[in-house]
Design a protein around this ligand. Structure first.
Ligand SMILES: *Cc1c(COP(=O)(O)O)cnc(C)c1O
Length: 405
């Protein structure tokens, strides 16, 4: 046997550790004063200050770029940090954004309540209506923004078709792919930029908040520019210790996504058979089922999120409280955790959206969003959930209800 020189094997750190070393420096020494000059002028590349980049954060960014098939990526202290920095980088005073109306509540509030203060306005459209998108375009439009699978209604954006519209009008098409990592590859389908809240599936352990932007090297470099970059200057810097832990959790994402999807698919089918109003793109009854099927990468199913419409707030609340009491998961916002998480979207994560708008977009007060966990015995989970549903029916029978949605 030939003796192998371990140095030939590429390790993640300099000490043959199997995991990345965690960079523990906010600043980096330059060999010469000229080197420092050149680096700040952008003529030389080295780490200069950790708000700009650090070895561990760069490693996570590289993993993200690889996963989304983009030239480059940058990581942030939160998903909202990634979203706000990207939009502010691409827009100036007077510019206009076209956004799906069914997006994460925080993103909706940012576009609706904060950006207008700086002269950046947004038209919210039904993203499944291609004519509505094209009709909303005006001279000042810069961006089309949507989520691959919308929160919380699980509507699907036709990424290929929307990217054609964006290309025709020279707009930047940004897709928030937080709900469907690995399942959709928006850049392959024609999107320009992909954003992730790493807080959800990608980290998967609900122990940190983080975000990422994947896009062209030009975009990412402009965002990191020391004198004009919104990633650099707004300062939403991810801590290296957290970046290292996300790099490790990223390694099990393939396995986890498969299992989340498998469990959610099973539950959705069974709930549907049982006559419970179930929203899940894996069901043939879902209006975007065919489109989902044609856009997805095989192997990772239809995702881990499903919606159950309990028809009223009262019924939804009781259902969730009983689920938590039974140990089936937590009444908590967020998603992508190994335990099941559930919340009534109308009064929590989408509460930024006015009641009138919620009604208009078909968001029922009784909608419970469930991020299905990695339960090993999902049949048992189903049994318990059905029992709880029956209990809710006993306490608040449907026909006694004034259903006000
Ligand atoms: C959670 C979430 C965000 C915001 O991410 P944070 O990490 O909480 O800042 C953005 N988009 C979607 C779709 C989300 O689910």
């Amino acid at each position: 046997m030939v003796e192998k020189d371990l140095k030939e094997i590429r390790f993640k750190d300099n000490f043959q550790g199997v995991n990345p070393s965690i960079s523990d420096s906010s600043t980096y020494a330059f060999a010469t004063a000229q080197d420092m000059n050149d680096t700040f002028q952008g003529e030389k590349e080295q780490f200069l200050y950790s708000r700009h980049s650090s070895p561990t954060n760069q490693q996570l960014a590289d993993e993200m770029a690889k996963m989304e098939g983009s030239e480059a990526a940058h990581v942030f202290a939160s998903g909202m940090g990634a979203i706000s920095a990207t939009l502010l980088q691409l827009c100036e005073h007077g510019d206009h954004i076209i956004s799906s109306r069914t997006i994460y509540g925080g993103s909706h509030a940012l576009l609706k309540n904060v950006f207008p203060k700086w002269g950046i306005t947004t038209s919210f459209v039904d993203i499944t209506d291609l004519h509505a998108i094209e009709n909303a375009i005006c001279e000042k439009t810069k961006i089309i923004y949507c989520e691959s699978l919308s929160n919380p209604l699980l509507e699907l954006a036709d990424i290929k078709e929307i990217s054609r519209i964006a290309e025709k009008h020279r707009l930047t098409f940004i897709v928030d792919n937080t709900f469907t990592p690995l399942i959709f590859k928006p850049i392959q389908l024609g999107a320009d930029v992909v954003i992730h809240s790493l807080t959800k599936f990608i980290n998967g352990t609900s122990d940190t908040v983080a975000g990422a932007v994947c896009g062209s090297a030009d975009l990412i470099n402009s965002m990191k520019d020391v004198s004009s970059g919104c990633a650099m200057l707004l300062g939403q810097t991810l801590d290296s210790l957290r970046a290292a832990s996300i790099v490790k959790n990223r390694q099990t994402l393939e396995l986890r996504m498969k299992k989340h999807s498998e469990n959610a698919y099973y539950l959705a089918q069974e709930f549907d058979k049982y006559g419970i109003n179930t929203i899940y793109p894996g069901l043939r009854s879902h209006k975007d089922h065919e489109l989902f099927h044609s856009q997805r990468s095989k192997d990772f199913g239809y995702g881990g999120i499903l919606g159950l419409d309990l028809k009223s707030e009262q019924r939804a609340h009781l259902f969730m409280e009983k689920m938590q009491e039974a140990g089936l998961g937590y009444l908590a916002v967020s998603l992508g955790y190994f335990k099941t998480l559930f919340s009534a979207s109308g009064s929590s994560t989408s509460s930024e959206i006015s009641e009138e708008e919620q009604k208009e977009m078909g968001l029922s007060k009784g909608l419970v969003r469930i991020s299905v966990g990695l339960d090993h015995d999902i049949e048992n989970t189903l049994c318990q959930m059905i029992q709880i549903y029956q209990y809710v029916d006993q306490i608040y029978p449907m026909n006694d209800e004034v259903v006000c949605n």
